[in-house]
Design a protein around this ligand. Structure first.
Ligand code: NDP
Ligand code: 13P
Length: 297
């Protein structure tokens, strides 16, 4: 919707039976300038393809369709770590489409806000500095402001890890542990995010930018966030709609596995992994975090 302000846009989906009113984006009617198709070959005629798939679905999608995407400018919006490969979307994309230019678009941005034309600032990450500049130019609009970086690892890890911490923040609120506990989770969660991401080669300043701290702040404090709401339901011991995309649940398990492999200390992510798998109660999780050995900040 936002990019249709810049020129022709084709929207591909495997099921387009919903017409111009997609139930996944309630209250928004897609403008007539957007061409909608379920024929991927039609959509992949464009040079630039935005891939807005959940992280755990991207690998399967690429296995089916990579030849149609190779050689294009591929921009992933997925915020997660693939559980079977323990990598972010950029690695999945570059392995499946070796001739493509790979970029990541991430940062604090609810789809509903963007579609309503509310002002939003994002990070556009691409290892190729020239391609990054060109994409930044092509994908910015007067209400969608893109900052560019070549630190793809930092940008995609910030987006993936903030979802895990948002679940923990939701648990704290849902369980009635209070705003002070949430602030502690955000701050110590940010320390965890930075530790893992820099160990994997990210630049610290990327983590303090829109894709890290920016999105962490949004997701841990807004009831619009699915990850936060899922955590709230867990904390309050209430059911949650299993069809809702909650990226942080699978990513918590991926992070726990990565942290074990790399010898990194990720206590909040490990706790979220155990909680989401039903291997720990909320009371035990809080007690566990509060009684860890005392240390320097
Ligand atoms: N929603 C938001 O506010 C934001 C989301 N993101 C990130 O973008 C990514 C996508 O999120 P979002 O759009 O909200 O997710 P949703 O679950 O709402 O939508 C996912 C879309 O992907 C499609 N899909 C899933 N699997 C496949 C597949 N194998 N082949 C083809 N299509 C598939 C679904 O199709 P179908 O309907 O047929 O199932 C659906 O259209 C996530 O990583 C999310 O974190 C980033 C910023 C904001
Ligand atoms: O990434 C998002 C906002 O930046 C969307 O968050 P949720 O997936 O938690 O709804």
């Amino acid at each position: 919707v936002a990019l249709s302000a810049n020129g022709p846009v084709t929207l591909w989906a495997r099921d387009i039976g919903w017409g111009r009113d997609n139930p996944r984006l309630p209250g928004v009617t897609l403008p007539p300038t957007i061409r909608i198709t379920d024929d991927l070959a039609t959509a992949t005629g464009a040079d630039t393809l935005l891939l807005a798939l959940p992280a755990q679905a991207l690998g399967g999608f690429l296995a089916d369709h990579a030849p149609l995407l190779d050689g294009k400018r591929l921009v992933s919006t997925a915020k997660g770590i693939d559980l079977s490969h323990l990598t972010g979307p950029s690695v999945l994309l570059s392995e499946a489409c070796p001739r493509a230019t790979i970029a990541v678009l991430t940062g604090p941005s609810f789809a509903a806000d963007i579609a309503r034309g509310l002002p939003t600032a994002l990070t556009l990450a691409c290892a190729d500095a020239d391609a990054s500049r060109a994409l930044q130019h092509d994908l910015s609009t007067p209400v969608l402001r893109l900052y560019r970086t070549t630190d793809v690892t930092g940008a995609e890890l910030g987006g993936a890890l903030k979802n895990v911490i948002a679940i923990a923040a939701g648990v704290a609120i849902g369980a009635g542990l209070g705003d002070s506990a949430r602030a502690a989770i955000i701050t110590r969660g940010f320390a965890e995010m930075t530790r893992l991401a820099t160990h994997l080669g990210a630049r610290p300043e990327t983590l303090t930018g829109l894709s890290g701290l920016g999105d962490l702040t949004l997701t841990c404090t807004s009831a619009q966030s699915r990850n936060f709401r899922y955590g709230q339901a867990l904390g309050a011991r209430q059911p949650f709609d299993a069809t809702t995309t909650v990226e942080g649940a699978a990513t918590a398990r991926a992070v726990a596995a990565l942290a074990r492999r790399l010898g990194q200390d990720m206590p909040i992510a490990a706790m979220v992994a155990r909680l989401t798998e039903g291997r720990m109660t909320v009371d035990d999780a809080a007690l566990h975090l509060m009684t860890r050995p005392l240390k320097e900040e």
